[in-house]
Ligand binder design. Structure first.
Ligand code: ATP
Ligand code: ZN
Length: 216
């Protein structure tokens, strides 16, 4: 029905560091959602909106394919996985950074240290672009989890990973030496949807921006 096709679909993280604040933001926009613990989707009762609960890494793909129209992800994931996403707004939460780190005892002067070294990361694209810009020739090794243990098991001389307090690096005997990217939660959209759906999105966006202003 036309009612269905006008309903905006937003993808948010199912469970993790973005989940609670993504849902809270929607609620602050006056949107009523009844969530049940293991549901993969929910419908707002007072706005033409459907919420899809997904792994954050999968959200760029779903939005690009039009399965969802918009999504909330970290800027780090947008830049690593996004191909044709429209950045709508920064949301001010889930602030963190993507940093390079080396074993604590290492003598480190500048980024040229990484020339000819092996670096473990889950962010090969962002790191590759960073090294290219800095004229560094490093060997990037893609690892999907527990990147910070790579140096201690002899897999690499350094890591590039998400940091907020730095305690994970510390407890793995690493020190942070360069910030590659500063990140926060962002609202992204498929660039190609329009009509009623776009209007509904603009209504939601207007509310989000009002909430953001009054929370500042
Ligand atoms: P999923 O199961 O959905 O794949 P995940 O383990 O990949 O989850 P989380 O650890 O929940 O992801 O992190 C989600 C996003 O939150 C990250 O991509 C990043 O933008 C941000 N983030 C990660 N670590 C921190 C942190 N320590 N502090 C604040 N924000 C963070
Ligand atoms: Zn993830």
């Amino acid at each position: 029905s036309s009612e269905n096709s006008n309903r905006l679909k937003i993808a948010i993280q199912k469970s993790g560091r973005l989940s609670e604040k993504s849902l809270a933001l929607l609620k602050e926009c006056g949107i009523q959602i009844t969530t049940s613990p293991n549901a993969l989707r929910a419908e707002a009762s007072n706005f033409p909106l459907e919420i899809l609960f997904l792994r954050d890494d999968d959200i760029p793909e779903y939005v690009q394919d039009g399965v969802a129209d918009v999504g909330i992800i970290g800027e780090n994931v947008m830049l690593e996985k996004g191909k044709k996403l429209e950045l709508i707004d920064k949301l001010g939460f889930a602030k963190c950074r993507l940093s390079l780190a080396v074993p604590r005892g290492t003598t480190y002067d500048d980024v040229s240290f990484f020339d000819g070294k092996r670096i473990a990361t889950s962010y090969p694209k962002i790191l590759g672009e960073y090294f290219k810009e800095k004229n560094v020739n490093a060997e990037i090794h893609m690892i999907s989890g527990s990147v910070e243990i790579a140096p201690s098991i002899g897999l690499s001389e350094g890591v590039c990973d998400i940091v907020s307090s730095g305690s994970t690096l510390l407890s793995n005997g690493l020190k942070e030496v360069e910030t590659v990217l500063k990140s926060e939660a962002v609202l992204v959209a498929n660039p190609d949807f329009n009509g009623e759906k776009r209007k509904n999105f603009e209504k939601l966006l207007f509310r989000m921006q009002s909430v953001r202003r009054s929370n500042k």
